[in-house]
Design a protein around this ligand. Structure first.
Ligand code: GBH
Length: 454
């Protein structure tokens, strides 16, 4: 267990960026306003049985209408930066062709609202809302989608690049590929291992092409990609555990880190997946494109993977387990040491590329008190413990440059619908009233320079 003590923002470098994060489909609502086209998440949520309670993002937390109020909230918290995502179907309703001006105007107004309040915009280009017409043409398993993504990136750069200087191409391509096309737990809900591997490749190709488009149009931009990374630990030291760890680390982490940062797929994992795909979709120059130099790597951290050899070949010969630690409402173990492990590992294995924690946070079953306040001590402990782990990583030499709490406010938690709340601001989903939780007050005090116990 790690040592407990005092922590303050002064334990991080002075130029460190402190922020909060959200994504378009999870907060905006207004899915048929302003000329927005349908995305795969509209289709998926409208399909019975896909999302808990049949929830969808039609209304979400009405951020499309309330963005000024939300910018005021952020200003009240005292954040330096806001990481949001641009909905591709607002910019190009069918996923290709000219821009939809009303869509561009919304993000342009949002960016101005942030800048007026001294908040730096960090724009993610793709946080899972693929235009449905592109899915109908084959989606990410189709190579064309990568080219469409680069064209869309160019449109966003042209529209916002005079004011937005921080771009993240993709959020968690592992989820888009393996949950979207492999397990079918996320949109578009397909279950086909070969398609998932093709999707992963075309997502990364789209990333590389988008980096080029952004660099040409916004030469002073800071560009990165966000990966969901997990430290992988063996459940015990019995026979076959090392191989289970290697396999899961290979597919969860190295399958994306290696192409993006080294320009090569990991050979051992290529062998692991050979019975599923021969990777014939990888064209000659692709890995060079994917390996485009970046200004930072975005890291989303929630928990660790603990694995053992599994009995069922269908599960990739691996079984996921846990270590009996306290869990969040998602059932994920709270493991701040895992954050230290993954940050130091990335720096050790992939060099001194600046890292930014683009998401970190937790869902708990919050209750609103009679006086309208939300006491969420476990979320405060979670954030403080993870910030302490991040500070230890900085002391160990990790070039960590920023931290974004997930999430600014409660929102549509994908396949879990509205039942899981990650916000540091509470949202009443009936009245849309926003109330800063104790964790939000705690974060604001931390950002104002207070020392905190963890
Ligand atoms: C992030 O994903 C997302 O970027 C963000 O949008 C999201 O709100 C946040 O985390 C909290 O979940 O049991 O197979 O359905 C983190 C990665 C995505 C991990 C969904 C677990 C469900 C896996 N996660 N996921 S499954």
């Amino acid at each position: 267990d790690h040592d407990h003590g005092a922590l303050s923002r002064g334990d991080f470098p002075p130029e460190f960026t402190w922020g909060v994060a959200t994504s378009s489909y999870q907060i905006e609502g207004a899915t048929s306003e302003g000329g927005r086209g349908p995305s795969i998440w509209d289709t998926f949520s409208a399909t019975p049985g896909r999302v808990v309670d049949g929830d969808n993002g039609d209304v979400a937390v009405e951020h499309y209408r309330r963005y000024q109020q939300d910018a005021d909230l952020m200003a009240g918290l005292g954040v330096d930066a806001y990481r949001f995502s641009v909905a591709w179907p607002r910019i190009q309703p069918t996923g290709s062709g000219p821009v939809n001006q009303a869509g561009v105007d919304f993000y342009s107004r949002l960016v101005d609202a942030l800048l007026e309040r001294g908040i730096t915009p960090w724009a993610t280009l793709y946080h899972w809302d693929l235009p449905q017409p592109l899915e109908d043409l084959g989606g990410w398993p189709s190579r064309d989608t990568a080219y469409r993504f680069a064209e869309y990136a160019a449109h966003v750069a042209d529209a916002l690049g005079d004011r937005v200087k921080h771009f993240i191409t993709l959020n968690e391509p592992w989820c888009s590929a393996f949950l979207g096309y492999g397990s079918g737990r996320h949109a578009p809900g397909r279950s086909d291992g070969a398609a998932a591997l093709a999707a992963a490749h075309h997502l990364m190709l789209g990333h590389g092409l988008a980096v080029q488009a952004l660099r040409e149009r916004v030469p002073d931009a800071q560009v990165g990609i966000t990966l969901n990374l997990y430290p992988v630990t063996g459940a015990h030291d019995g026979h076959g555990v090392d191989d289970a760890v290697r396999r899961i680390d290979g597919l969860s982490n190295r399958w994306f880190l290696d192409p993006v940062l080294r320009g090569a797929y990991p050979k051992d994992v290529v062998e692991d997946v050979a019975h599923i795909s021969d990777l014939a979709f990888v064209a000659d120059a692709d890995l060079e494109t994917i390996n485009a130099p970046l200004d930072f790597l975005g890291v989303n951290y929630y928990t660790r993977h603990v694995v053992a050899p599994g009995a069922f070949p269908g599960t990739g010969l691996v079984e996921f387990t846990d270590r009996g630690l306290p869990t969040t409402a998602m059932g994920w173990e709270v493991d701040a040491d895992g954050l230290f492990d993954i940050l130091t590992r990335v720096t050790r294995d992939y060099g001194d590329l600046p890292l930014v924690m683009t998401e970190n946070g937790a869902a708990f079953d919050d209750e609103v008190g009679a006086d309208g306040t939300v006491h969420d001590p476990r979320r405060i402990d979670f954030l403080a413990g993870h910030l302490a782990a991040a500070a230890r990583a900085v002391r160990a030499g990790v070039p960590l440059r920023g931290y974004f709490a997930w999430s600014l406010m409660d929102n549509f938690e994908w396949a879990e619908g509205y039942a899981k709340r990650f916000g540091i601001v509470h949202v009443d989903f009936d009245t849309q009233e926003r109330t800063v939780k104790d964790s939000g007050r705690w974060y604001a005090a931390f950002l104002a320079g207070d020392r905190t116990q963890y």
